[in-house]
Structure formats: structure tokens, C-alpha cells
Ligand binder design. Structure first.
Ligand code: CUA
Length: 230
């Protein structure tokens, strides 16, 4: 049983070893970490409710019926407890945990003067990445420094797209006429796969973006090399 549980958890977390490139359960930064934590909390609470309901159901199947008045009182107790109190408590708990996490994912929630701004514009079916004041422009690739907040200013030229790098942050829609800002941070150097998470036409499935996180000194070198190449 213990092996089965461990096997199931490993499967959910991406089979151990190298994390799956699009796994939200292998977070590599604080934003994705909060989302993964909330996912595990909801999974745990949902599992407990499922087990409790199964136990109550089996007990109900096995016990002999009581007198009619007693049965009616029990029914009322279950309706109030299981139909009103339990859902109310669950929703309050979910909101108490979920709202602060959602709030922390907004760049405005914790202003960071050191955050690096990068502009990303989506179009069918490409990501144009621009580093303000540098003239650097990339296609379908994003380079960021490790350990520093990055604010991505997300826009679209045509239809709605959604920027999503599962191991670094949640997804955010890019809506025509609007600029949405997504903050992310990578805690370790490496490659992180991203994709478009909103159906945007026939090329939607072929709209990946590759994020490369560099150690701070390497990022400075990369930036310098890109500037010199222009
Ligand atoms: Cu862009 Cu889907």
C-alpha cells in the first residue's frame, strides 16, 4: 500500500527524476510554488472528504434502520451538517487560502523596484519578446536572470492568447486592447517550457515559448552579447 501511494505521488509529481517540462507540480519559482501548494492542499482536503463520505456510506449500508422519528431527526441533522455547514466551511477555507495566494501573484501586491521589465506581444502564432531600452527582440524565446523578479507586460496583436510557463507561474490571458502584467521568478538556472494556453486558431498547438534562466552574471553577459550583436 505504501509503495502504491509513493508510486501514485511520484506519478503525479512527474515520476521523480527529471521533472516533466509542463508539470505544475514541479515548481521552480515562488509563484508556481504557491500554486502547487494550493493544489496539494485541495487534493488533500478533497481526498479526506471522499474517504469520509465512503465511510459514512458503508456504515449507512450496514446498520439496521431505527424508529421513524429517530430516522427523521437524523436526516435533518445530515441535511444541516452535510448540506449547509460542510460546504460553507469548505468554501470559507478555500477562499481563506486561495485569495491571499492569488493576491500575492499580482505584481502590485508586493512592489519590487528591482523587478526586470520585459514586454511580450503575442500574435497568431508567435511570441515577440522585447527588452525595453536595449533594442533586443526575440521570437518564441525568453531569457531571464535567476533569483530576480521579472514583470512580463503581456499584450496581443490579434486574438486572445494566454501566456503559461507551468513550472514558473500561473497562466495569464493576453487580451486585445489591454496590458496584463505577470510576475515570475526562477530559483534555478535551466530551461523552462511554456505554451499558449488559450485556443487562438489553427496554429494554437504550435505556439511554444522556451524560457532560459541564467545565473545573474551569465544573464549580464548574455544581455551584453545581444546588445553588441545589434
Ligand atoms: Cu495563442 Cu493559443
Amino acid at each position: 500500500m505504501r509503495m502504491l501511494t509513493a508510486g501514485g505521488l511520484a506519478l503525479l509529481a512527474g515520476c521523480g527524476g527529471e521533472p516533466a517540462p509542463y508539470s505544475t507540480l514541479a515548481p521552480a519559482g515562488p509563484a508556481a510554488g504557491s500554486i502547487a501548494w494550493l493544489w496539494w492542499a485541495m487534493f488533500g482536503a478533497g481526498s479526506l472528504v471522499l474517504i469520509a463520505v465512503c465511510v459514512i456510506w458503508l456504515r449507512a449500508l450496514c446498520r439496521a434502520p431505527a424508529a421513524e422519528a429517530v430516522e427523521r431527526r437524523r436526516q435533518r441533522q445530515w441535511m444541516v451538517g452535510g448540506g449547509l455547514l460542510l460546504p460553507s466551511l469548505s468554501i470559507v477555507l478555500l477562499l481563506a487560502f486561495g485569495i491571499p495566494i492569488g493576491h500575492r501573484l499580482q505584481p502590485g501586491a508586493s512592489p519590487d523596484g528591482d523587478a526586470l521589465r520585459i514586454d511580450i506581444t503575442a500574435r497568431q502564432w508567435q511570441w515577440r519578446v522585447r527588452y525595453p531600452d536595449t533594442g533586443i527582440e526575440l521570437l518564441d524565446a525568453l531569457h531571464i536572470p535567476v533569483g530576480r523578479s521579472v514583470d512580463l507586460y503581456l499584450r496581443t496583436e490579434d486574438v486572445i492568447h494566454a501566456f503559461w510557463v507551468p513550472r514558473l507561474a500561473g497562466k495569464l490571458d493576453m487580451i486585445p486592447g489591454r496590458t496584463n502584467v505577470l510576475r515570475l521568478r526562477a530559483d534555478a538556472p535551466g530551461h523552462y517550457q511554456g505554451l499558449c494556453a488559450e485556443y487562438c486558431g489553427v496554429g494554437h498547438a504550435h505556439m511554444p515559448i522556451l524560457v532560459e534562466a541564467h545565473a545573474p552574471a551569465d544573464f549580464a553577459d548574455w544581455l551584453e552579447a545581444q546588445r553588441n550583436a545589434r
